[in-house]
Design a protein around this ligand. Structure first.
Ligand code: NAD
Length: 320
């Protein structure tokens, strides 16, 4: 039996090696999912692999009577109608681990950029200055990192910061003590992280519990010289409260890769806040991560179509 897998949104072809190397699969790559060619191929596709650009809704699934699996080469599955997929018995896979390294390295870049004030120093030179006195930084060695969430990415950030000589405190109510011991971090309360960390970095999903978790009162309880980083999901830190804390100088600096609304509105108070480094959701934007997420999802699709193994599906519980 052979399966046609339709691939769109410029998913890394190199990452699809698990499917290319298996005779049971025919890959059809059509970059434009709005094209007639895409629609025509969809009618015979058993698998569909997308990134975030293609909206896979009930209407699209209705055009694909043979569709059994959908793969999202990345983490977020907001562009896939999960309820409709489950109703049709279509297994949906994402690639939660393929960009862990990329996101943890971006977090390190943001922490170091803040600690050594790199964006401002760069700007000052371009403005014609040679101002060494204004850019005295701080060292990470001997300081305390406070993590809010220490799963895949938080765990990798912990490892890296320990190599820099930092002590690591973690607030993560779902992290087993055993994993904390493996990572060499101390599990503490949120308040303890907030009041004792020199650098605070968030690595949690956006849930009802984490939305607005870092709010004005918590920002007010942080150390004066604290650096705050969020490369997880927008909305975990209250953006207005953060901009205000930066304007008032009650915290020393912050760096954000993710926002409550993306793209960030031109009117956002963050755009004028001082001591703030902003990047446009670049956490997974490396060559390696794009290959990594495609490989991860291709492996799941091969197992699902070839072996009937849907245990890694996001909606596995709803497929029985
Ligand atoms: P993960 O599921 O491995 O880890 C999340 C951790 O958060 C878990 O340990 C969990 O126990 C913890 N957690 C859940 N609720 C919590 C709460 N209320 N308080 C404290 N901790 C809580 O996820 P991950 O792969 O490490 O990803 C972390 C975040 O980074 C996710 O939001 C993901 O979407 C985001 N991400 C962003 C980018 C980017 O481009 N910036 C790239 C990859 C991932």
């Amino acid at each position: 039996m052979t399966f046609t897998v339709l691939v769109t949104d410029r998913v890394s072809d190199e990452g699809l090696t698990p499917l290319h190397d298996d005779d049971r699969f025919t890959i059809e790559t059509i970059h434009d999912s709005a094209s007639d060619e895409f629609e025509a191929t969809l009618t015979s596709a058993a698998g569909l692999i997308v990134r975030s650009a293609t909206k896979v809704d009930a209407e699209m699934m209705a055009m694909a009577p043979d569709l059994e699996v959908i793969g999202r080469a990345g983490v977020g599955i907001d562009n896939i109608d999960l309820a409709s997929a489950s109703k049709r018995g279509i297994a949906v896979f994402n690639a939660p681990g393929g960009n862990t390294n990329a996101a943890s390295e971006l977090t390190m870049a943001l922490i170091l950029a803040l600690a050594r004030r790199l964006p401002e120093a760069d700007r000052s030179i371009r403005e014609g200055r040679w101002d060494r006195a204004s850019f005295k930084g701080i060292e990470l060695k001997g300081r305390t990192l406070g993590l809010v969430g220490a799963g895949r990415i938080g765990g990798e950030v912990a490892r890296r910061c320990k190599v820099f000589g930092m002590e690591v405190l973690v607030y993560d109510p779902y992290l087993p003590q055993e994993r904390a011991e493996q990572l060499g971090v101390r599990l503490v309360s949120l308040e303890h992280v907030i009041e004792n960390a020199d650098v605070i970095s968030c690595h949690v999903p956006l849930t009802d519990e984490t939305r607005g978790l870092i709010d004005a009162p918590l920002l007010g309880r942080m150390k004066d010289r604290v650096l705050v980083v969020n490369a997880s999901r927008g909305g975990v830190i209250d953006e207005e409260a953060l901009a205000q804390a930066l304007h008032e100088g009650t915290i020393a600096g912050a760096a954000l890769d993710v926002y409550e609304t993306e793209p960030l509105s031109p009117e956002s108070p963050l755009r004028n806040a001082p001591n703030l480094v902003l990047t446009p959701h670049l956490g997974a934007s490396t060559e390696e991560a794009q290959v990594g997420v495609a490989t991860e999802v291709a492996g799941y699709i091969r197992a699902a179509l070839g072996e009937g193994d849907v245990s890694a599906a996001v909606n596995a519980a709803d497929l029985q």
